[in-house]
Structure formats: C-alpha cells, structure tokens
Design a protein around this ligand. Structure first.
Ligand code: NAD
Length: 585
C-alpha cells in the first residue's frame, strides 16, 4: 500500500538491489529528491511531497532494505555510505539525467545526503541540499574529537549532552536484539509512541513495512557509525548550497552539533523550528515553504535569506499578523518581524497608518507585507479578516493581538460607555483574534504562536486606571488559560506586559470624569512624562520576538514592569499601598 496518491512508480536497479522510486509533479520543473530516515520508508514524506508536487518534479525512493526496495545480501556491509551514494546517483540519473537535483534529507536520509553532497563523484549532480535532523558523520566525528582533545567545561557539557541523546545508537549496535524488538512489541507499539511522544498525527503513516525497515535499517548504524566517527574524512566540504532546518525540541540531536557547520558548508542557510524530530509529519507546510523557497532561490542564483534580523533563522518566511500595527509597539513589532524575513500583515483601524507600516516592512526585509483596515472590536469585521487572510495568505504562524486604547480616571467617574469602549478594544479585540486565528492554527495542526499585549497594569493595581487595568488583567488571564489549552497542539501563547513606553497611546487616551479641556491638558502632560521616560517601543518588539522564539508565558518589559512583577509576587502589600497614591497630572 502507498500513501502517495497519484505517484508514478518505477524500479531502479543498482549494486544488486532494486529501488522503488516514486515521482510526482511535472518532470519539466526542477527535481527535488526526498530521502527518508530511520525507521521509515519514503512515505514519511507523503505530506511534504504532495505539497511540493504543485511546483516541482518530486522524487522519493525507498532506501535499500526499506519499504518496497529490496535488501542487499548479506545485510552486513550492504549499507555503507559508499553503496548508498551509488543508489542516489542511480536514482538521480534515472529521473533527471540532464539536470542536477535538489536533495532533501531527514534523519538518516540527511546523514547519507551529507555524504552525497560532500564526495567529489556527485559534483555537478546536486543543485542544493536541505538537511533536517541528520548530521554528517564526518562532521560529527570532528565535533567529538575537538571536544575530547580540547575539553572546556562547555564542550564537556555539550559532549555529555549529545552522548545522552544518542542512547539508541548504542542499542542499535547490539546484535539481534534490535531486530527482535522491532519485529515484536516495539514494531507494534511504534505508531502509538510516535503519536504520543512525537505528536505525529495518526493515519496511513507509518506503513506496515515498519518492522522490516527498522530491522534492516539497524545496519545503517552498524556499517557506518563507528568507522566514520573514528576516522572522519578531513575534506567533507559541501559542494552545493545547504539549508539546515533544526527542530529545537529534537530528542535525538543537540542543536550544538551544528555550531561549526559554516566551516564545512560555506553557503549555509539556517532555519529553526520549535518542534520535535519528525517534522516531515508535523510541519509539512513550513517545510514545503522553506524547501520551495530554497530551491527557487538556488535555481535563480539568489541568496535565500536576505533578512539580517537576529531571529531570521526562526521567523524567515513565516506569516505574522500584528494588530494595532499603525503606531507604537505594534508598528515596531511588525518591523522587527519584517527584519527577520517574515511575511507581515499589518492590521489597524487607521488605514493610512497600516499602509505606512506595510510599506516600511517591505523596505526592511519582509519579502511580502500587506495592510488590512479593521476595527478589532468589530466581531464581523474580524471574522471577515480571518477568512480573507486564510484565503489570500494562508494560516498565520504568529498572531500579535496588540491593538489597545488607554482610559484613565477613577472608577466612580467611569461611565458604562467608557467601560464598554475599553473592554471592546482591549479585551474583545484580543478574544476575537485568539478565537478566529487560534482556531485556524489549531485546525491546521502544525503549531503556531499567539502574543497578547497586556500591560504591567495587569498585575499592578492603581486607583488611576481601574478600567484599563481590568481589561489588561483579563488579557493576562485569558493568555494563561489559552496557553494551557493549546500547549498540546504545539501552539504557544505569550502575554507581554510593558510598563511606560514612549508611543502615541497617551495622546489618544481617554480621561474619565473631566471635561475635554482638562482631558487635553492631561493627555499632553502624560505624553510629556512618557517622553521623558523615553522607553522605545522597539525594545518591546525585541522582547516579543524573543518571547515567541523561547515560548515564554509572560514577559514584563521595562524595569518598572519587572520591579512591579517582583513586588506582586513577594510583597503584594507594598504594591497595594503604591496603588493608593494619587497621581496628579
Ligand atoms: P499606540 O496608540 O501608539 O498604538 C496603538 C495602535 O492601535 C494605533 O495605531 C491605533 O490606531 C490602533 N488601534 C486602536 N484601537 C484599535 C482598534 N479598535 N482596532 C484596530 N486598531 C486599533 O499605542 P501603543 O502604546 O503602541 O499600544 C499598543 C498596545 O500596548 C496596547 O494594547 C496598549 O494597551 C499596550 N501597552 C502600552 C503601553 C505604553 O506605555 N505605551 C504600556 C503597556 C501596554
């Protein structure tokens, strides 16, 4: 059975084995060859392959001894990297005799593809290589030697860390036991383990050939790991551009393994993903986007990541929507994501301001940026926005619910209308965003992140800001609850809690219980004070990108917000006394 609907299959003979090769898409387009890992067959790529097939000629093959390819006899010595390179060349010659192919490997598919892209005999046959979760054994060998020969506390820590993650490699070197386990209980339980531990959606993968694939695949380790780690090749330099995609939650491979990779792969593009090992199953959309972009860029002779922002590896190519992007923190956040190479949708109720931010995003690194005019408190308008965005740009990877308004004045002077206005924007705007875009993220099933801009006022009571603080406290609690609910779906939720930030919020804030002349005077006075404090919104934007990259739950920004947070935890009485102080503007 195959889960690759519509694939054309052929057999390729090489070195005494027969490889099962599947092709999708238009053979006139650039050829992308997907190589699977351990214990897998080519079907691990099914979700990525069907997505890529709309644009490329996609080729997958079962590695010898796996899926419907035949196994070498004897098994011992039949899985060396040299023989696997013969197989790759035979497949490449059969499917794309005249043009070099774009190689993509996951896990052991990547380990062997590193060999393909670093040996001289494949020169000119590989146009690019995208590697995920599978280092070159030669690079790994040098990495280990360096840590053994020149141990520093950090290097010893890295060595031990990777050693602990490699427990399964030692087990696979024991004779017969792995084969017995895979053909017995482990083989039966593996699909459930993948589902529970790796969050791989259940379905047609893994295929029934799993026990045989895993038993044969043990020879990949036995034939190659020890000899290569003992004597790594000194000249294992990549002769094609490499894109490295590193899932940050990989249980088997440490991120540190790739620290020195520029030495071996001078044309290196780095990408990171907050996910576990089996990303071809859990993140097919993101991988398709990155592979497609890399292939197109290499075919066109262009550099891939033009963005230079600190988080370019994490957010490059991602779709980010920011509300209240016309000014202040929202505008700075949109621009920071743009500098990291994200595709940015700038949303604001002020159409011109949104358009200005989108234009600035395009000039600062975002390959694409669009403006949308919406009042976030308008339920129907938000529903339409969510539909429009999904249809035109896709599912949002990062949502920043930032639009908000200020309201100051004592509770007894705050009218129901004042309450409605502030809650409609500050709380309902966030609820609509989370509800509509959060659902799309959850239904896609490939993770994402939601940031809600709360405030230090969320945990710092004050007699001057009862309505505003209540709206922000609600946003903070909503974020915490949602974080708990969506954690199992790989969607992170962050509440950002800034203190005083120099933006336009003071000049648009409403003051309850005073006439317009007095309100104007207070607006001007608070604008001056915020100006004197002069904390730039760009710093809040930095905190937002960092919080998403690290999946932080709650981030107080500015020293006063951090101090108030400490007081709220350890000296709440002091904070209550400060809340009583009357501030005269
Ligand atoms: P800002 O006034 O500079 O920017 C807010 C933007 O949101 C404006 O472009 C405005 O047009 C837009 N907006 C307002 N209501 C909207 C609506 N209903 N629909 C769509 N867009 C709307 O203010 P800022 O300081 O950048 O505020 C951003 C967020 O940060 C707000 O949620 C605010 O409460 C929060 N915050 C600000 C500070 C601060 O000191 N500036 C402190 C803590 C929290």
């Amino acid at each position: 059975m195959t889960v690759l609907a519509g694939a054309r299959e052929r057999r390729v003979r090489t070195g005494g084995v027969e490889l099962c090769v599947a092709e999708l898409g238009d053979p006139e387009q650039p050829t992308v060859v997907l190589v699977h890992g351990y214990p897998d067959s080519k079907e691990v790529w099914s979700e990525v392959a069907v997505r890529l097939a709309g644009h490329f000629h996609v080729v997958l093959y079962d590695v010898r001894g796996h899926g419907r390819s035949t196994a070498p006899r004897p098994l011992r010595g039949g899985f060396t990297l040299e023989k696997l390179t013969d197989d790759f060349l035979a497949v490449a010659d059969a499917v794309s005799p005249d043009r070099p192919v774009h190689l993509v490997g996951h896990d052991w598919g990547s380990v062997q593809a590193w060999e393909f892209v670093t040996v001289p005999r494949t020169r000119g046959r590989i146009a690019s290589f995208t590697s995920m979760s599978g280092p070159s054994l030669d690079h790994f060998g040098h990495w280990l030697k360096q840590r053994v020969r020149r141990p520093t506390p950090r290097r010893v820590g890295q060595f031990l860390g990777q050693g602990a993650k490699s427990w399964y490699v030692y087990l696979l070197h024991t004779p017969v036991l792995p084969e017995l386990a895979w053909r017995g209980p482990l083989g039966r339980r593996w699909p459930r383990i993948l589902e529970r531990v790796e969050k791989v959606p259940s379905g047609a993968y893994p295929t029934p050939s799993l026990p045989t694939d895993a038993a044969h695949g043990a020879w990949l380790y036995r034939d190659n790991v020890r000899p290569r780690l003992r004597m790594p090749r000194p000249d294992a330099y990549a002769h094609a551009p490499v894109q490295l995609i590193t899932p940050l939650g990989d249980a088997f491979l440490s991120e540190r393994l790739y620290d020195d990779l520029e030495r071996w792969a001078p044309h290196l593009t780095r990408r990171t993903l907050p996910d576990r090992h089996w990303i071809p199953r859990t993140r097919p959309d993101q991988l398709t986007a990155w592979i497609g972009e890399f292939v197109r860029a290499t075919e066109g002779g262009r550099p891939v990541i033009e963005a230079t922002g600190r988080w370019a590896d994490r957010f490059g190519g991602q779709l980010v929507l920011v509300t209240g992007a016309g000014s202040g923190i929202g505008r700075a956040t949109a621009l920071a994501f743009a500098r990291a190479g994200a595709r940015v949708i700038a949303v604001d109720r002020d159409a011109e301001a949104a358009a200005r931010t989108a234009g600035a995003c395009r000039r600062s690194g975002a390959r694409e940026s669009w403006a949308e005019t919406v009042d976030v408190s308008d339920e129907h308008a938000m529903e339409k926005l969510a539909q429009r965005v999904a249809a035109a740009y896709g599912v949002v990877d990062v949502l920043v619910n930032n639009a908000g308004i200020g309201l100051a004045g004592p509770f007894l002077d705050t009218t129901p209308d004042d309450w409605r206005k502030v809650l409609d924007v500050n709380l309902w705007g966030v609820i609509h965003g989370c509800r509509l875009f959060g659902r799309q993220m959850a239904e896609r099933g490939q993770g994402g992140h939601i940031v809600n801009t709360a405030s230090a006022a969320a945990y710092q009571p004050s007699r001057a800001l009862p309505a505003y603080s209540t709206s922000k406290a609600a946003v903070l609690m909503l974020s915490e609850c949602l974080r708990a609910e969506l954690a199992g779906r790989g969607i992170g939720v962050t509440a950002i809690c800034p203190g005083f930030v120099h933006t336009n919020i003071t000049s648009t804030a409403h003051f309850a219980g005073v006439d317009e002349v007095e309100a104007k005077r207070r607006r001007e006075r608070s604008a001056r004070l915020y100006g004197l404090r002069n904390y730039p919104p760009e710093k809040v934007a930095d905190a937002i990108l960092r919080a998403v990259a690290r999946n932080e739950a709650m981030v107080p920004v500015t020293p006063e917000a951090r101090a108030a947070h400490l007081l709220a935890r350890f000296l709440p009485g002091a904070l209550r006394r400060i809340a009583r102080v009357e501030i005269r503007l």
